[in-house]
Design a protein around this ligand. Sequence first.
Ligand code: ZN
Length: 108
Amino acid sequence: MNSKKQIRAKAARMLPEVFRRDRGKCRYCGKRVVMVRSIPEHRRVGKRHGDWVKFVDEHGKHRRELVATVDHLQRVDEGGDSDIDNMVLACGPCNRMMDLYYQQLRKL
Ligand SMILES: [Zn+2]
């Protein structure tokens, strides 16, 4: 039996795989997201700005993109595991929106 902490750690490890499958786009809103770890440290501007990461791309252009997160279709709180089929790529705002949605559903 995996603890929630282990499930979340596995989700973090699986992020690159989920990212590839979903082609770097949030599955809910379709916006492009980026994996912070894929940006070399020296190109990053500051640490992280909430849902955003700022960096200088390979053309010297300043960019601001949404940070990629993994959303569990069956929520971790409800026994969902970090299998690739239970995860979708999401931006932070959509991930939180889904959390709220499921919280509301539980109250019905
Ligand atoms: Zn989104």
